[in-house]
Design a protein around this ligand. Structure first.
Ligand SMILES: [Zn+2]
Length: 245
């Protein structure tokens, strides 16, 4: 049913349109947040085509996962000046608006083959770590921090379209790439940005250079991978191929 409207409900997310028909199947991502409580939850799929309606409900189990704490220190003055609720709200608003704009239409998978590392380096902060800045809890770590010297080229983990390229208050110079089907990668704290909004880019294409803009204790790349609004573990994608049978 190529013209069918597909709605998927899971946890408190409702997704429309963001599923693509592929040989009689609809494909798409549904993510669970690192804040989700373990348990069994319904996933409801509704397909409507004219007068015909189908509904399928399936149970999905969210298994528990422990996240460890990490404490970092920045000069107290910097924390107070940069890590303010207003600055964090500003960054969230700008990036959510960019994703919402991208999500208004179905974008078929743009990625091809395995997702590659954005640069080579050591992961210094893992996904989901409970982050304390100067002993004050600052939420979960939404992605990977990869340490590398300032100026190291940062490449796109796969093909996609740049939906945001600009300066944010806490994240510093940031690039967001849409890989299709509501899957995004973000590259933060860059010293330099090499791409512009709307640009189609290849896997491995340079998007910028490592820096420490925004709130950072040293030069590193912060990589976030999101399904819609929900950050997911980059380890699910990097070095892996996402494909449907
Ligand atoms: Zn980080």
């Amino acid at each position: 049913m190529p013209n069918a409207a597909v709605t998927v409900k899971f946890l408190n997310q409702v997704k429309k349109l963001l599923f693509q028909e592929d040989k009689g199947q609809y494909i798409g991502f549904v993510a669970a947040s690192y804040r989700a409580t373990k348990g069994i939850y319904p996933l409801v799929v509704e397909v409507a085509n004219g007068n015909q309606k189908y509904m399928v409900e399936q149970k999905i189990e969210i298994v528990g996962r422990q996240f460890v704490e990490q404490r970092i220190r920045v000069p107290e003055q910097t924390r107070k000046k940069v890590l303010t609720p207003a600055n964090q709200a500003n960054d969230a608003k700008v990036t959510a608006a960019a994703r919402e704009k991208a999500e208004t239409k179905l974008v078929a998978p743009l990625w091809e083959g395995p997702f590659v590392w954005p640069l080579s380096g050591r992961i210094t902060t893992q996904f989901g770590m409970i982050r304390y800045v100067n002993n004050i809890e600052n939420g979960r770590h939404s992605g990977w921090d990869i340490a590398a010297p300032s100026g190291t080229p940062v490449v796109s983990i796969n093909k996609g379209q740049v939906i945001y390229a600009g300066e944010l208050k806490v994240s510093g110079n940031t690039v967001i790439v849409h890989h299709g089907l509501d899957l995004y990668s973000s590259y933060l704290h860059l010293s330099k940005i090499n791409v512009t909004e709307g640009q189609m880019i290849d896997k491995g294409q340079v998007v910028g250079a490592v820096g420490m803009t925004g709130l950072a204790t040293g030069p590193h790349l912060h990589l976030t991978i999101r399904v819609g609004d929900t950050p997911v573990d980059p380890g699910l994608f990097i070095g892996k191929t996402v494909a449907w049978e």
